[in-house]
Design a protein around this ligand. Structure first.
Ligand SMILES: O=P(O)(O)OC[C@H]1O[C@H](OP(=O)(O)OP(=O)(O)O)[C@H](O)[C@@H]1O
Ligand SMILES: Nc1ncnc2[nH]cnc12
Length: 173
C-alpha cells in the first residue's frame, strides 16, 4: 500500500465538526497506528530540503508531528502556541481559519538570526494558520525554509496565500 493510501485509510472524516459544513480530518486513528505514524514522520523528514536548524510545530496537532521530525533531522523544536501560553516575551499574530479565528505566538528569542526553519502541521486548509506562523518566524529573525503538512485541503486554496514558500503535503484532497 502506498503512503497516500495508508494516510487516506487512517485519517477519519467526521462531517459537520466542529460546525455544520466542515468535513473534519481526524488524525487520531493514524496516531494510534505505529507503522502509519512512523511512516508519516519519516516522509516529512525525508522531504526537508537543505539544512534545517529548527522545526516549528503549530499547537496542538502540529506538535505531534513536528517533535519527532525535529529529532529525525537533528534540529531543535520550537513551539508556536495559542495566545497566553508562552511565558516569556512573544510576537503574536491573529488570523482566520476554516472554522474560527485565533491568535498564535512565538517567543521573541526562539531563533538565532538567520536560522533555517521548517514549519510542520497536520492540515493545511485555508492557510490562515500557516501564513500567521510564517510571519511570526520571520519577525523573530529566522528564515522559513518550507512548510510540511500531512494533508492539504486543496479546495480551500491555502497554497495561494503562501506564495514563494516551498510546501510539501503527503496527501492532497
Ligand atoms: O489552514 P487553516 O484554515 O488555518 O487550518 C489549519 C489549522 O487548523 C487546525 O488547527 P486548530 O486551530 O483547529 O488547532 P488544534 O491543532 O489545537 O486542534 C490544524 O491543526 C491547522 O493548524
Ligand atoms: N477540515 C479540517 N479538518 C481538520 N483540521 C482542520 N483545520 C482546518 N480545517 C480542518
Amino acid at each position: 500500500m502506498s503512503l497516500q493510501q495508508l494516510i487516506n485509510e487512517l485519517v477519519r472524516d467526521v462531517p459537520d465538526y466542529p460546525k455544520p459544513g466542515v468535513m473534519f480530518k481526524d488524525i487520531t486513528p493514524l496516531l494510534a497506528d505505529h507503522d502509519g505514524f512512523r511512516a508519516v514522520v519519516a516522509a516529512i523528514a525525508d522531504h526537508a530540503h537543505g539544512r534545517i536548524d529548527k522545526v516549528v510545530g503549530l499547537e496542538a496537532r502540529g506538535f505531534i508531528f513536528a517533535t519527532p521530525v525535529a529529532l529525525a533531522l537533528g534540529a531543535g523544536f520550537v513551539p508556536v502556541r495559542k495566545s497566553g501560553k508562552l511565558p516569556s516575551e512573544t510576537f503574536a499574530a491573529t488570523y482566520d481559519l476554516e472554522y474560527g479565528t485565533a491568535t498564535i505566538e512565538v517567543h521573541r528569542d526562539a531563533f538565532a538570526p538567520g536560522e533555517r526553519v521548517l514549519i510542520v502541521d497536520d492540515v493545511l486548509a485555508t492557510g490562515g494558520t500557516a501564513e500567521a506562523a510564517v510571519s511570526l518566524v520571520r519577525r523573530a529573525g529566522a528564515e522559513v525554509a518550507g512548510l510540511s503538512v500531512l494533508m492539504e485541503l486543496s479546495f480551500l486554496n491555502g497554497r495561494d496565500r503562501l506564495k514563494d514558500l516551498p510546501i510539501e503535503s503527503l496527501v492532497t484532497v
